[in-house]
Design a protein around this ligand. Structure first.
Ligand code: ARG
Length: 469
């Protein structure tokens, strides 16, 4: 057995030093040091509350605050020696503080535990990250709105089952993504609201014997309120699971978006071109321009789904209250945040530089009898029941298939045998423009509706930016 010699803040009841491998195995400082700014923020608020309650003197509190600020400046500057024997970010900072300021540093941990401390740190950190993530979602939405505006009238085939269904406008298609992102953004706001409750004061699990003021600490840290129950406060990781679930849904959306961009930028579709800055080439095939960015984002959805399952499994069956298992919440959360932010950033930048090949989309929309439903609706307007109209159009389509021509390319003489109700005016509804323009109601694909929808979305987003969120 390898032994360590360093002394631990909790060494009092131990007779033998920690096994060296166990020490490294149980330490979290290699990853939780990322929380240092929030750990210090929480400690400053805690010490300030202790002094206000007369548990620390004002001089002790001031020494602690100055000392913690110095430690923070050293860490910021990369001038801090992180120690594995000191286990985690909390004990590393506390021990550096005590080395600097002496006895006052030893009083900082009065009335708290690492259990309520870490639960607080992670919430403070994630709260900031959610704000950044929501801003990135909004930036991506702005790029989609600009693109939708430019292409409000561009017609492309809409698909169901990846078979040509009906003509739609490109702007309308972009606004579908905008809506998904809107719900994603709301979900994060919701998660933030539920998460913004302060664990501090729960101490190890049962609360503390000191006359603390949890409302005051919560106010200092911008929490809505202190957590109601100390056992729940130290052991709850719902917020981490909820955040990761929200991230997984967003990544699922981006993976669908990616799939379309990958298909659309292929030679076979040729609907859009991604900017060279967002693609890479092949080391062997000189002609290649690969849509790596959407592919990678599609791929990254996998690890984030995995983190969601990992966190659920981490918490499953844990008895109250804190267990060391909980230390395993951080790496999946950090990885989720990093990859989610990266995916959103690259998407917002990429979508600002997409060019559309309007001709290609138009050509594609003309194939596959995309206006067949319009012909059926035309017959209904002439008094034919919809089911009969469906049958009539089906037969006309069969003729088109045999002839290799679209409905709009059949002559009146060829169409009329299917129904006496078909007149010269039929060709108006068989055009792509006529087809999309006719879907002129809220939520429809008509260019006029797309423009109004863009307007409504812009108002929604700017109201939020103005603080109405
Ligand atoms: N590093 C620990 C974590 O991330 C901090 C809390 C440790 N608490 C304890 N009683 N060992 O969960």
């Amino acid at each position: 057995m390898h032994e360590t010699t360093s002394s631990k803040p909790w060494a009092g009841r131990f007779n033998a030093p920690t096994d060296a491998f166990v020490e490294a195995f149980t330490a979290s400082v290699d990853f939780d040091r990322r929380l240092y700014r929030y750990d210090i923020q929480g400690s400053i608020a805690h010490a300030t509350m202790l002094a206000r309650q007369g548990i620390l003197t004002q001089a002790e509190r001031d020494a602690i605050v100055t000392g913690l600020e110095t430690v923070r400046a050293r860490i910021d500057a990369g001038d801090f020696a992180w120690s594995i024997p000191l286990e985690d970010v909390h004990m590393n900072i506390e021990s550096a503080l005590t080395a600097d300021i002496g006895d006052a540093g030893k009083k900082l941990h009065t009335g708290r535990s690492r259990n309520d401390q870490v639960a607080t740190d992670v919430r403070l950190w994630l709260r900031d990250e959610i704000d950044t993530i929501r801003a990135e979602i909004r930036r991506l939405q702005q790029a989609l709105l600009d693109l939708a505006e430019r292409e409000a009238e561009t017609v492309l085939p809409g698909f169901t089952h990846l078979q040509v269904a009906q003509p739609i406008t490109f702007g309308h298609h972009m606004l579908a993504w905008l809506e998904m992102l809107d719900r994603d953004c709301d979900r994060f706001a919701d998660c933030r609201r539920r998460m913004n409750v302060m664990p501090l004061g729960a101490a190890a699990l049962a609360g503390t014997t000191y006359p603390i003021d949890r409302h005051y600490t919560a106010e200092l840290l911008g929490f809505d309120r202190p957590a109601e129950n100390s056992l729940d406060a130290v052991s709850d990781r719902d917020f981490a699971i909820e955040f990761t679930a929200d991230a997984a849904i967003l990544m699922m959306h981006l993976s669908r978006f990616s799939e379309e961009l990958i298909l659309w930028s292929s030679a076979q579709f040729g609907f859009v071109e991604l900017s060279d800055s967002f693609c890479t080439g092949s080391s062997i095939m000189p002609q290649k321009k690969n849509p790596d960015v959407p592919e990678l984002v599609r791929g990254k959805s996998g690890r984030i789904f995995g983190h969601l399952m990992g966190l659920l499994t981490l918490m499953k069956s844990q008895p109250l209250a804190y267990n060391k298992d909980n230390q395993e919440d951080k790496e999946p959360l950090f990885d989720t945040v990093d990859n989610l932010k990266g995916s959103l950033k690259v998407y917002a930048d990429m979508m600002a530089h997409v060019t559309c090949n309007r001709e290609r989309m138009r050509e594609a929309a003309k194939q596959g009898f995309s206006t067949a439903t319009d012909l059926a609706d035309y017959l209904v307007r002439k008094g034919i029941p919809f089911r009969d109209a469906h049958e009539i159009v089906g037969k006309a389509v069969a003729l088109g298939v045999r002839e290799g021509r679209d409905l709009a390319e059949l002559t009146l003489a060829e169409l009329q045998p299917f129904s006496g109700a078909i007149g010269e005016d039929v060709f108006e509804v068989l055009t792509l423009e006529g087809s999309v323009a006719a879907r002129d109601h809220i939520g429809g694909t008509a260019p006029a509706q797309v423009r109004v929808a863009i307007q409504r979305a812009r108002e929604r987003l700017s109201a939020e930016a103005g603080g109405d969120a």
